[in-house]
Design a binder for this molecule. Structure first.
Ligand code: VG1
Ligand code: CO
Length: 544
């Protein structure tokens, strides 16, 4: 084997977003593009002696080719042990679990998560550190700096590795271990939850479950855990084989893209429990029979019932949520006398809080929920947490949620996404909003009076790092809130996300459709930012 130093020059725009670097596959396929970014990762971290790296991805188009390149580069950069998921497969939470379990130096995860896959679609890459969590901002900024000045990368001329056969391969002193991508993760789940109570529930004819893996990475994980270990009937997991193009769909578990599951759950004789996960398995949408539970509420219900789950029976340390997530979990934390942290969007902001033992559960409105068992959001974990709570409480998803609202009040929540809008228009919308921000106070829109406005910035309580411009917030006098931010995961133009929520303490008024309950806020959000006026869009592309 020969180590080679290849001369290269920088590519523009290799700036990691909310969760790694995401671009069109064709951008990644340019000679040197992936190599430059991978070398910039390696240039940004310490690679100690006996360094080890976990490698895997969500199985999307270009996953296997990218893995071969990364293996060759990791060896040339001095990693002596590589752990690779068989077939190039590792869900994001499984990668986090494996990094932690085998005390790896870090991991490279290939995924563009909920973005579609295929030759004309998206690819992505992210680096997780030794705690198993996404690189914090200080590290992603360092990577970006390296991408701007890079002039060479290291690679070996080793042959392609057979990714489909378990075992250890020795390549010139470096060992490459191909592992079952599921087993370690499934064992971790079994150590957290009450699998005996859950398997009694899942194998009884009184209860049925269906899980839509959306042709993405969670298929093998959900089949192993729900069907094999917990005894749900075969076929409970559908769309279970990871496909390079996710069957042509968006592996985004929301009410628009997971239409097949929604239809099943709203049909007559619907299953009691439904779930759909995203491309890389870190998010989940939870449904009851004919009942949708918003992810903000899901986090709150799980936090309130944590003691029913063996691993958390001693109670939780605290909770955290991303800023645009509704304040439902704050109410639970308050009742429990625990701290609740509000962070910017993106899982990387939970890492320090988890590592420091300040929080046990955390989540985002975008269907990501998790705990301190790994350092990523974890879709199947949330699905199993719900099943554990249902098994222990003998209640339905709907009854447990409705009772939760009665006890704590309901936070109506919705998110409206305006996708692929012109970037210049999006920037104009934000600069106008910023300029008008203080002048908005006291004004009335859609009969709502504005009480307070600000732009969210965050100081990490552990390392004191600062993150600015994390979303513009408008508060109305009736307790409503509007948040505007631009997506950091898209690959085409800009995606405007508008989040709205409002608290409803009265049980008599908790049964409304959120779009109805939030109608005035939705109207005000458009008038304040001039969404229709500036973008020409009269309605959002996706509503969650
Ligand atoms: C979106 C979500 C955010 C999530 C991120 C990565 O980011 O809003 O909550 O952490 O995706 O999730 P943005 O910047 O597009 O709003 V995943 O599952 O796509 O890696
Ligand atoms: Co994801």
């Amino acid at each position: 084997m020969q180590k080679q130093t290849i001369n290269t020059s920088p590519f523009e725009g290799q700036k990691p977003g909310t969760s790694g670097l995401r671009k069109k596959v064709r951008v990644f396929q340019q000679p040197g593009y992936l190599e430059n970014f991978v070398q910039s990762i390696f240039n940004s971290i310490e690679i100690p002696e006996h360094a080890s790296l976990v490698i895997g991805g969500d199985g999307r188009y270009y996953n296997r080719e990218a893995i071969q390149i990364i293996i060759r580069m990791a060896i040339a950069n001095g990693f002596s042990r590589l752990i690779v998921g068989r077939g190039g497969i590792l869900s994001t939470p499984a990668a986090s679990c494996i990094i932690r379990k085998y005390a790896a130096t870090g991991g490279v995860i290939l995924s563009a998560s909920h973005n579609p896959g295929g030759p004309d679609e998206d690819f992505g890459i992210k680096f997780n550190g030794t705690n198993g969590g996404p690189a914090p901002e200080a590290l992603t900024s360092k990577m970006y700096e390296h991408t701007q000045t890079i002039d060479q990368y290291q690679i070996t001329d080793a042959d392609d590795i057979n990714l489909d056969k378990d075992g250890v391969i020795d390549v010139d002193g470096a060992s490459i271990k191909i592992i079952d991508p599921v087993a370690d993760y499934a064992d971790l789940m079994q150590s957290i939850f009450d699998f005996s109570a859950m398997s009694r529930l899942l194998s009884s004819d009184q209860f049925s479950v269906c899980f839509d893996a959306m042709h993405a990475v969670t298929g093998p994980y959900a089949t192993e855990i729900l069907e094999k270990r917990l005894g749900a009937p075969a076929g409970s997991v559908f769309n279970a084989t990871p496909l390079e193009d996710f069957g042509g769909g968006h592996p985004d578990p929301n009410q628009v893209h997971a239409a097949e599951l929604i239809a099943r759950m709203n049909a007559e004789n619907a299953p009691d429990f439904g779930a759909a996960s995203d491309g890389d398995g870190d998010r989940i949408m939870i449904l009851g029979k004919g009942f949708y539970i918003n992810p903000c509420d899901s986090l709150a219900v799980l936090a309130a019932n944590a003691q029913l789950i063996p691993a958390y029976s001693g109670g939780i340390a605290g909770v955290a949520r991303s800023m645009p997530t509704s304040r439902a979990v704050d109410r639970v934390a308050e009742a429990l006398g625990k701290d609740c942290y509000e962070t910017p969007t993106g899982w990387k902001f939970f890492g320090n809080l988890l590592d420091d033992g300040r929080i046990t559960f955390c989540g985002e409105e975008s269907f990501g929920t998790g705990s301190d068992h790994v350092r990523e959001k974890d879709g199947l974990w949330a699905c199993l947490a719900w099943l554990n709570v249902l098994a222990a409480s003998q209640q339905s998803v709907e009854s447990i949620t409705v009772k939760h609202w009665q006890q704590y009040g309901r936070d109506y929540f919705t998110r409206h996404d305006f996708e692929a809008i012109d970037s210049e228009v999006a920037n104009r919308l934000f600069s106008e909003l910023r300029d008008n921000l203080t002048g908005l106070v006291g004004k009335t829109y859609a009969e709502l009076t504005i009480e307070k406005t600000d732009e969210f910035s965050y100081v990490d309580p552990v390392d004191h790092s600062r993150s600015e411009q994390q979303g513009i917030r408008i508060y109305t006098t009736d307790g409503g809130r509007i948040v505007y931010r631009l997506s950091g995961t898209g690959t085409e133009g800009a995606t405007l996300r508008v989040y709205m929520d409002r608290y409803e303490p009265s049980a008599e008024r908790q049964q409304l459709d959120p779009q109805q309950a939030l109608a005035s806020l939705i109207k005000a959000a458009d008038e304040i930012a001039g969404i229709q006026r500036l973008t020409g869009r009269s309605s959002p592309d996706v509503i969650t």
